[in-house]
Design a binder for this molecule. Structure first.
Ligand code: SF4
Ligand code: SF4
Length: 387
């Protein structure tokens, strides 16, 4: 049985957040718990979600007020705190500055790590991936705290505590993992191994303003008023997906793989939710990105042909496209599964679906949300698009 703290918080006010997070830590065991989690003056790394260069109030990134409240508490246990991430696109320093995280870090003497330097790590007890290049700063930290944003995700359905740590893979090496793990099942196993390699110790999920719909970058804000904290990343994520509408956490690929690999607790019966009653926190109108469970159709046993017929694919919202070409640049396939074709004065992407591995990096990193996930007619017939 794993304890997590489920906290209701209705706004990004740093004093209120500090109070709420302290309540959460108290539920988990208070000062004794924190002393065990953060041995005196240990090297602590905070890993917020800085997917791309975003404004302060953007629902794409972890809110700076949550970050500040966390630092205020952690500071009482260690003076050796750093933070960092490696965004999917763009410069990590700029991402930290624009989102307000850098200003907060400077105020409290928290150092910045750009995650450009990596170390080679071998993981003998892996589920799937034994050899890793990961951020040196993350690997060498004594305590790693994931500070994810609760969002929908086109490939993984949901991104939270586990998926957030994909940023510990430096820069363009992330694309290599997409190419090496073209199906969602293996990609999710890789994420679990990554968390083992990094040694993520704790997660505080920012779901006060979450993202629904076309996440993780181009969806809409959803006021969920939720914070979830715990040592078990699977327990935190399992609780989060139940709140947004997946009644069975095994309907999301990362948690299904975690359950089958016995990587952390996933089932509600194994999670002790402290604080709020989950039933009062659940919402029914949250727009999910993918209907639960249909990842079975993209399992390795399914032929590419059938997968092509059923699985959703990236599709252009023509009127939004500004012809920047970023989608083609971030496509991990070599050559890219996207070709830019003229459309009046600009270029629009055209997909080669025979080559596309449906990693949705193009959808994730389009700067203007001009790419959505679309189901084929067969997929619609099978009601895979219903949510
Ligand atoms: S779809 Fe998005 S990323 Fe691709 S060219 Fe258009 S605006 Fe740029
Ligand atoms: S076209 Fe988009 S979804 Fe397909 S492989 Fe490239 S980035 Fe991934």
């Amino acid at each position: 049985m794993e304890d997590i703290a489920l906290i209701k918080c209705i706004k990004y006010d740093v004093d209120l957040l500090e109070k709420k997070l302290r309540e959460g830590f108290d539920l988990l065991g208070g000062d004794e718990f924190l002393k065990k989690l953060i041995p005196k003056d240990s090297k602590v790394l905070l890993k917020p979600n800085m997917l791309s260069v975003e404004n302060k109030e953007s629902p794409v990134v972890t809110h700076y007020a949550v970050f500040e409240a966390v630092i205020r508490i952690i500071k009482e246990y260690s003076n050796n705190i750093s933070f960092g991430d490696s965004p999917g696109f763009g410069d990590s320093r700029k991402a930290a500055e624009k989102s307000g995280l850098m200003e907060v870090a400077d105020k409290y003497g928290v150092s910045f790590e750009d995650f450009k330097e990596s170390v080679h790590v071998r993981l003998d007890n892996s589920i799937l991936c034994k050899s890793w290049n990961i951020s040196k700063a993350a690997y060498e930290a004594d305590v790693v705290i994931s500070l994810p944003k609760l969002k929908t995700h086109a490939m993984a359905y949901y991104t939270g505590a586990i998926k957030n740590q994909f940023g510990c893979v430096p820069g363009t090496q992330k694309a290599t993992w997409h190419t090496r793990m073209p199906n969602a099942n293996n990609f999710c196993k890789m994420l679990l191994d990554l968390n083992t390699a990094v040694g993520t110790n704790f997660a505080i999920l920012d779901g006060i303003i979450a993202m629904e719909g076309n996440g993780p970058k181009s969806g809409q804000s959803y006021k969920l008023n939720t914070l979830i904290m715990g040592r078990s990343l699977t327990a935190v994520d399992s609780t989060a997906v139940r709140i947004i509408g997946y009644d069975n956490p095994l309907d999301t690929p990362v948690l299904k793989e975690a359950y089958e690999s016995k990587w952390g607790v996933v089932l509600p019966r194994d999670i002790n939710i402290l604080g709020e009653d989950i039933e009062t926190m659940k919402v029914r109108d949250f727009k999910l990105c993918r209907k639960g469970g249909n990842f079975y159709f993209i399992s390795p046993g399914v032929t590419n042909f059938l997968r092509g017929m059923i699985a959703p694919s990236p599709a252009l919202i023509k009127e939004k496209c500004i012809g920047c070409g970023r989608c083609g640049e971030v496509c991990p396939e070599k050559p890219a599964a996207i070709e830019m074709v003229p459309n009046g004065n600009i270029l629009n992407p055209k997909w080669n679906m025979h080559e596309c591995i449906r990693c949705f990096c193009c959808q994730e990193l389009c700067p203007v949300g001009a790419i959505e996930t679309k189901y084929s007619n067969l997929g619609k017939l099978l009601k895979l698009d219903k949510r």
